[in-house]
Design a protein around this ligand. Structure first.
Ligand SMILES: [Zn+2]
Length: 124
C-alpha cells in the first residue's frame, strides 16, 4: 500500500526521482517514504588492522565518526547494500566476505541490523 499523505505533515505525497530511484516524497516538507520496512546494515571494513570510519554528514550524530552503513533498498541484497554504502560514503569499493546479524533492542530504536565484515575489492 502506497502512502498518499505525508507521515510528518499530512500533505500529499508525489513520486520523485531520488538517488536514481523513483520514491514517494512529500510535496511540502520533503519527507521521503523509503519503503515499508527499514533494515539497516553496517560495514566493518578492515585493512592492515585498521577499521574504516566515516564522518556522519546528517543528524543524528552529525560530525561524529561511525562505520559506513545505511538502509537496504527493497530489491537489493545485503551484500549489494554494503558495497553501495561503502562506495557512497567512503569512496572505496569493497567485497563483502561474511555477515552477522543482530537485533538491537536496548537502543533508542528496535529492529534488525545486519553487520557485515568486508574487505576492499582487489585485496588492497
Ligand atoms: Zn510532509
Amino acid at each position: 500500500m502506497a502512502a498518499k499523505y505525508c507521515m510528518e505533515c499530512g500533505q500529499p505525497m508525489a513520486r520523485r526521482l531520488i538517488d536514481d530511484t523513483e520514491r514517494l516524497a512529500c510535496t511540502a516538507c520533503g519527507f521521503v517514504h523509503w519503503g515499508n520496512y527499514s533494515i539497516g546494515v553496517g560495514a566493518l571494513v578492515i585493512r592492515d588492522g585498521k577499521v574504516l570510519l566515516v564522518r556522519r554528514a546528517q543528524e543524528p550524530g552529525k560530525g561524529l565518526w561511525t562505520n559506513p552503513g545505511g538502509y537496504i533498498e527493497q530489491l537489493e541484497s545485503i551484500r549489494e547494500t554494503i558495497r553501495r554504502e561503502v562506495l557512497e560514503e567512503a569512496g572505496k569499493d569493497c567485497l563483502s566476505t561474511s555477515s552477522r546479524s543482530c537485533r538491537l533492542t536496548d537502543m533508542a530504536y528496535s529492529g534488525y541490523n545486519g553487520c557485515i565484515q568486508s574487505r576492499r575489492r582487489g585485496g588492497r
